[in-house]
Design a protein around this ligand. Structure first.
Ligand SMILES: [Ca+2]
Ligand SMILES: [Ca+2]
Length: 479
């Protein structure tokens, strides 16, 4: 987000009568006398003048109004975006601008859906992190949000018509029909507009006439624009340049009718298929990439009690769980819930780790047990000492994740847990645990495995119910 500085001088102008009563947030202008805030204007004369409703020296994100005459917008109380809040300007009373509540999320454009009573928004970040392109419903009383769908393409502006049909635009100027349930975006029409992605833009309908407006800054145009667009063919019906080269976002054309806020159905939250559902017993096939800080089915155990153990690292999304060994010697498990394993199947377990730097010579093992505890992890399936990750480029921290494969044959159905056990010494750097998957297959024509005691030839002792093949090699076991 580029920031624009404004100077504060009163705007003297009169609103012409008639026509297209609109509101928007002044985001940027070349006219130093203007302050950011809510402005009212007539589309037909916006190139000549507009009225300030409420100024504010803060940075707006997205905004839109409701069918009960309230204008909502997300705003951060510093240009660096430190504290985001949902604000409302109540046109029905004399309260003016009020904070609804501070939020942990930010949206680009918003729009009110009169068919459901939902204030829809394009989620941009949550908990300080940029998100995937979710369509969300904003709770206008609590300033919280519910994810409705993951959009199939990233959009930067949305508008719902009187019937609740939702359209959106991307930064290339393509308009889409949006399926609010599935998030599927179907191309509708290509406009000649290209969006400067450094600034928010806003689409909004006049719901009583079906006219569609777009407040946008194009990289090849020096000033903000207010366009009327034909949504059927993408053509520009009218092009206005608001006075002072001003850019308006958070467009709203007041309207009535439809479902009032909060009186429609509760939105059905989107379920992210990459987030594990909590369960007592996990089933195969299983695959998880630890992409979220919500690993419900795995626990970390600090077996040496030094306060340092597996932890989700927020610094890089999708990195998975991380064990920091520098300054600390490791004895730390990251343990799954039990998997239901069936007699007569051979299970292929894959796990991906990365030792993060030149300074890393990490030691770890894949273990197996009966409980989700470190004490139960008595069976070692795979083990690596002083391991360093491949680093083809030779640059520091350019180490690549590596996937290891272990096969386990089950002779009797059981419920077993798996763990990554880190035993790195304290002068090493960092070990990441990225992915874990299990597939099961029928055993077909395999040789009989001969049991070996643990002491012999360095083989690993297993639970007597299980036979193990280590990295494709027959290993083990005691029966
Ligand atoms: Ca909008
Ligand atoms: Ca520890």
């Amino acid at each position: 987000m580029k920031k624009i500085l404004f100077s504060l001088i009163a705007v003297l102008c009169t609103l012409t009568s008639s026509a297209q009563n609109m509101y928007g947030w002044l985001l940027g202008t070349t006219q130093e006398t203007l302050v950011p805030g809510i402005y009212q204007f007539d589309f037909n004369t916006v190139d000549q003048n507009f009225d300030k409703v409420q100024g504010a020296m803060y940075q707006n994100w997205g905004g839109a109004g409701t069918n009960d005459n309230r204008y909502y917008f997300l705003m951060s109380e510093s240009v660096s975006g430190d504290q985001m809040g949902l604000y409302v300007y109540d046109f029905t009373g004399t309260k003016g601008m009020e904070l609804v509540a501070y939020t942990n999320f930010g949206c680009f454009d918003m729009t009110y859906d009169p068919s459901t009573g939902w204030m829809l928004g394009l989620l941009y970040f949550e908990n300080g992190r940029k998100t995937k392109p979710y369509l969300v419903v904003i709770d206008l009383e609590k300033a919280t949000y519910t994810k409705l769908a993951l959009l199939s393409t990233p959009l930067s502006a949305i508008a719902a018509d009187a019937a609740g049909n939702l359209i959106g635009a991307d930064n290339e100027g393509l308009l889409y029909n949006i399926n609010k349930k599935s998030g599927e975006c179907t191309p509708l029409a290509l406009t000649p507009v290209v969006v400067d992605s450094s600034f928010e833009n806003s689409l909004e309908y006049d719901r009583s006439t079906g006219r569609l407006f777009w407040g946008v800054l194009e990289p090849n145009v020096e000033s903000g624009e207010l366009l009327e667009i034909n949504p059927d063919d993408g053509s520009v019906i009218a092009r206005k340049s608001p006075a002072g080269g001003s850019l308006f976002t958070g467009l709203w054309v007041p309207f009535t009718g439809g479902v009032l806020p909060g009186e429609g159905p509760a939105p059905i939250p989107y379920v992210d298929p990459t987030i594990e559902e909590e369960t007592d017993v996990l089933t195969v096939p299983y695959s998880y990439n630890f992409s979220q800080n919500e690993t419900k089915n795995w626990v970390a155990e600090d077996a040496n009690g030094d306060g340092n153990t597996w932890n989700y690292d927020m610094r890089r999304e999708g990195r998975g769980y991380c064990y920091t060994s520098i300054y600390y010697s490791g004895d730390d498990y990251f343990i799954s819930k039990p998997f239901a394993l069936e007699e007569g199947l051979i299970y292929q377990i894959k796990y991906t780790v990365r030792a993060c730097s030149f300074f890393s010579a990490e030691s770890f093992a894949l273990t197996m047990g009966k409980e989700q505890t470190a004490a139960s992890q008595v069976t070692v399936l795979d083990e690596h000492s002083n391991y360093t990750s491949p680093n083809p480029s030779g640059k520091m921290y350019a180490e690549e994740p590596e996937t290891f494969t272990v096969e386990v044959q089950v002779n009797q159905s059981c419920q077993c847990t798996f763990a990554l056990h880190c035993t790195s010494s304290s002068d090493n750097y960092e070990l990441e645990f990225h992915d874990f998957s299990i597939e099961g297959a029928l055993i077909d024509g395999m040789d009989t495995v001969i049991a070996q005691p643990k002491e012999a030839e360095g083989y690993y002792q297993l639970n007597p119910l299980v036979r193990v093949y280590r990295n494709g090699r027959k290993v083990l076991l005691k029966n």
